[in-house]
Ligand binder design. Structure first.
Ligand code: PGA
Length: 243
């Protein structure tokens, strides 16, 4: 299966010029990769979308947005193809409820974007399974089998995201356990058996292979390491060797 590597730049780099330099470097690097066996998606902050979209050009990289904050029509006009829905920055920092996330997902699908829908528990304490299942059911409520199948699911445990104090990456085994839990929840409630899963949370060149080598993991969502061009290019190199 084609792997999906998503760069979530969040609010970095600090300036659009730095962002353009990063994009140029990544695009040049991607052109040197022998066969393009991956879907590569770059998600800059909203105000950078247009200029970064122009630079992406024919590189084969897809543009993604971090939210459907601006009108989804504007996103489609800027050649945005993917959009993060329910990222922890939205759910936990900006206070988006499951209902808001559900409405944003509806908007993204209506605009013809491919949603990368993020799920993740805040802590791994007792009760994480129920929390993850409840978040999954509420976020996907009302969607058809076909709509859910259009989404890529990102499992991002909040405690593993590098911007959180004491963050440490999940282990591949425990990430797969959580993905299976989401998969079973979706199968039980929505009768959907085909879903694809990305892992996100402190992914680096050192651990990316351990996640991508698992057959249950179709890709990674990379935050901090995606704005360090050397690290991100190394991640792409490693990912390109794993089929
Ligand atoms: P991280 O971020 O790779 O810096 O942990 C992942 C994310 O928040 O999408």
């Amino acid at each position: 299966m084609t792997k999906t590597i998503v760069a979530n730049w969040k609010m970095l780099p600090d300036t659009i010029e730095q962002a353009e330099a990063l994009m140029q470097r990544v695009a040049e690097y991607v052109r040197t990769l022998e066969a393009q066996t991956m879907d590569i998606v770059v998600c800059p902050q909203e105000s950078y979308l247009e200029r970064i979209g122009k630079l992406i050009g024919e590189s084969g990289i897809a543009l993604g947005a971090q939210d459907v904050g601006v009108s989804s029509r504007e996103l489609a006009d800027a050649d945005v193809r993917f959009v993060l829905i329910g990222h922890s920055d939205r759910r936990w920092k900006a206070g988006d409820s499951d209902e808001i996330t559900n409405a944003k997902l509806k908007e993204a699908l209506r605009a013809g974007l491919t949603p990368i829908v993020c799920f993740g528990e805040r802590t791994r304490d007792q009760g994480w399974e129920a929390a993850l299942a409840a978040q999954t059911v509420a976020t996907l409520a009302g969607f058809t089998e076909g709509q859910i199948a259009q989404c890529r699911i990102a499992y991002e445990p909040v405690w593993a995201i590098s911007t959180n104090p004491d963050a440490k990456p999940d282990t591949p085994a425990s990430a797969v356990q959580s993905m299976n839990h989401i998969r079973e929840t979706i199968a039980d409630h929505f009768d959907v058996s085909q879903t694809t899963y990305l892992y996100g949370g402190s992914v680096t060149p050192d651990n990316v292979a351990s996640f991508l080598e698992r057959s249950e993991v179709s890709g990674v969502l990379v935050g901090g390491a995606s704005v360090r061009s050397d690290d991100f290019c190394r991640i792409l190199t490693i990912a390109s060797t794993i089929v």
